[in-house]
Design a protein around this ligand. Structure first.
Ligand SMILES: [Zn+2]
Length: 222
């Protein structure tokens, strides 16, 4: 990790900047969709232009990715077992002295880290299934910052599907909507219960109360 980067300072600068309207009329800040799930502040020196990345030795690129992961991991919350459902909304803002060139795509490597792990790519945070257009709604833009005080802000929102949290007391996991519980003894339609639990607590409800979920539905509204 770049030694001089301070996450707290960058986060304060990001919050201050977002409290104000964009400083240039031509800057259109994308309006987030859904609930905020995670946000990351990142040092500018790890947000490389794609035309830079294309001409570097693989070892150097791997080191930048490693450093990025090390900055992002402690900001990501508890390790995730599964990517967010639906099409999460991702907002990337590069605060820097100079606007990058068109197509610089400076958040590319950071967004890769948001994806689910794959063969040979284990240092991943599992917020997104993939960064393609179908699986994520990604928006990148630039805003000015005083020289030497730049940073990147990367935010992950649920997207159009509302987040649902487990109703088990004390549990803060993202939940699945349980379509219904079919009581093992009577099985009457009246016994259907609507609820939202995480996978672990769906299993606990099953064994503790002898209830069988009729179906799980990710994030959908009953
Ligand atoms: Zn739970």
């Amino acid at each position: 990790m770049p030694s001089r980067f301070c996450i707290e300072t960058a986060r304060e600068r990001a919050e201050a900047a977002l409290r104000r309207p964009p400083p240039l009329a031509r800057i259109i800040r994308p309006r987030p969709v859904g609930d905020l799930v995670a946000s990351f502040v990142l040092p500018l020196e790890l947000l490389k232009r794609q035309n830079w990345s294309r001409h570097q030795p693989i070892g150097l690129l791997a080191r930048v990715k490693d450093d990025l992961y090390d900055v992002m991991r402690p900001q990501a919350g508890p390790p995730r077992e599964a990517p967010l459902p639906g099409r999460p909304f991702v907002r990337c803002i590069r605060f820097s002295g100079k606007a990058p060139d068109r197509g610089a795509d400076t958040f590319k490597m950071a967004i890769d880290i948001l994806c689910a792990p794959e063969e040979g790519k284990h240092r991943r945070l599992s917020f997104l299934v993939d960064d393609n257009e179908d699986d994520a709604d990604v928006h990148q833009h630039w805003e000015p910052a005083p020289p030497g005080r730049g940073f990147g802000l990367l935010e992950v929102y649920t997207g159009a599907l509302p987040a649902v949290w487990c109703r088990w007391r004390g549990c803060a996991e993202r939940a699945f909507r349980v379509i219904g519980w079919n009581r093992a003894r009577r099985g009457q339609p009246d016994d259907l219960v609507k609820a939202a639990f995480c996978r672990a607590h769906v299993a606990k409800m099953q064994s503790a109360r002898g209830l069988t979920p009729l179906g799980l539905c990710e994030g959908a509204i009953l």
